[in-house]
Design a protein around this ligand. Structure first.
Ligand SMILES: Cc1ncc(COP(=O)(O)O)c(C=O)c1O
Length: 377
């Protein structure tokens, strides 16, 4: 079946008793046992809940993995996956990654003797060079946040396999509609489902999919043991959001290309980062390993003062963190999503005080351009 059909039918047919088309919400903490030593398959909702299970099976199917896991946020998902590692282990990580993941590694997991080296994962040589004797995992975001650099997922997959390290991909920006990292050798895929998968800026959630049953047992142990599970109502909201993922992303990508081309021509705009533009360094690679270019655009304006002006003048586009929803949002990465990354690292990466990021929604592109035009004027 095509993915759009799979998406539309997620969760359908899970309640043969009533025939409910929508997945029922089992707002329930605990489940009665039929008799001593017997279980309905559900005992306690931290260990398993039918609504959460519907979502977990859905994301596993979409990503092509053996098992999915739903967590209370993207950060809870990443935290639970990092718990697979041991004291003294080392990771190789994408350098311009989501600031919250950097903060988690540098201000929380470093206290437990987990260390990380940050490299440009669009350069395979840098990834290879950073692997040490105690490296246990490579954690990749592609395209990156916010500069949209593209890593060669298959080449990193081969490298990870040859060095026997765990290969983890944060697929938040692409979603399985556009990119399936498990097909390129990844062992684990992570999502902030708060973003495109939920798609409506109304729920915070995280998802994980693994490729191997033995690894799935380990992740389940951590999900149940650490307990950062997604509740039934929020699981239902993500299932509901997923049904329109393809429609939303088609529109978001079309809008993004129109806006990126318009921004390129604007006299106040210095540089546009959108992998759908043929001059973007990752354009060719992304067109080979993904089915589209996504809905995220970053751009620099000619002077820092313009950032303040744009953020004050936008009327339709809210100045807000997050991404992937139906509403277009504008973000100032240096002061918001990436404020925990040291200023010198930000400067080196190009996350400068002139950089703005757009998460492009499903509105009419002419209205979005009109808003940006008056804000940049
Ligand atoms: C790429 C990426 N990964 C992970 C996260 C964290 O997810 P959450 O905010 O759902 O905890 C974010 C949040 O912005 C993100 O952009």
């Amino acid at each position: 079946m095509h993915i759009t059909t799979q998406l539309a039918h997620l969760g359908v047919g899970r309640d043969p008793r009533t025939g409910s088309i929508s997945t029922p919400i089992y707002q329930c903490a605990t489940f009665a046992h039929p008799a001593l030593g017997e279980s309905t398959g559900y005992d306690y909702s931290r260990s398993g809940n039918p609504t959460r299970q519907a979502l977990e099976e859905a994301i596993a199917q979409l990503e092509g993995g053996v098992r999915g896991f739903a967590f209370s946020s993207g950060m809870a998902a990443i935290t639970s996956i990092l718990l697979l590692l041991q004291k003294g282990d080392h990771l190789v990580v994408t350098e311009d990654l989501y600031g919250g993941t950097y903060r988690l590694l540098e201000q929380i997991f470093n206290r437990f003797d987990l260390s990380a080296t940050y490299v440009d994962t669009s350069d395979l040589g840098q990834v290879e060079k950073a692997i040490k004797s105690n490296t246990r995992a490579i954690l990749v975001e592609s395209p990156t946040n916010p500069l949209l650099k593209v890593a060669d997922l298959a080449a990193i997959g081969e490298l990870a396999k040859s060095r026997s390290v765990l290969y983890i991909v944060d697929n938040t920006f692409m979603t399985p509609y556009l990119q399936k990292p498990l097909d390129f050798g990844a062992d684990i895929v992570i999502h902030s489902a708060t973003k495109y998968l939920g798609g409506h800026n109304d729920v915070v959630a995280g998802l994980v999919v693994v490729k191997d049953p033995e690894l799935a047992d380990k992740v389940y142990f951590l999900q149940n043991g650490a307990g950062a599970i997604l509740g039934p109502q929020d699981s239902w909201l993500i299932i509901r959001g997923l049904k329109t993922l393809g429609l939303r992303l088609d529109r978001q990508q079309a809008n993004s290309l129109t806006i990126a081309r318009w921004l390129e021509e604007h006299p106040q705009v210095e540089k546009v980062y959108y992998p759908g533009l043929p001059n973007h360094p990752g354009h060719k690679l992304l067109s080979q390993q993904a089915k589209g270019f996504g809905g995220m655009i970053s751009f620099t304006v000619k002077e820092a003062a313009l950032v303040e002006q744009v953020l004050a003048k936008v009327k339709l586009i809210p100045f807000a963190e997050s991404l992937g929803g139906v509403e277009t949002l504008i973000t100032f990465p240096a002061k918001q999503t990436h404020c925990d990354i040291p200023p010198e690292t930000r400067a080196r990466l190009g996350v400068c005080d002139c950089l703005l990021r757009l998460s492009v929604g499903i509105e009419h592109p002419e209205d979005l351009i009109a808003d940006l035009e008056q804000a940049l004027d």
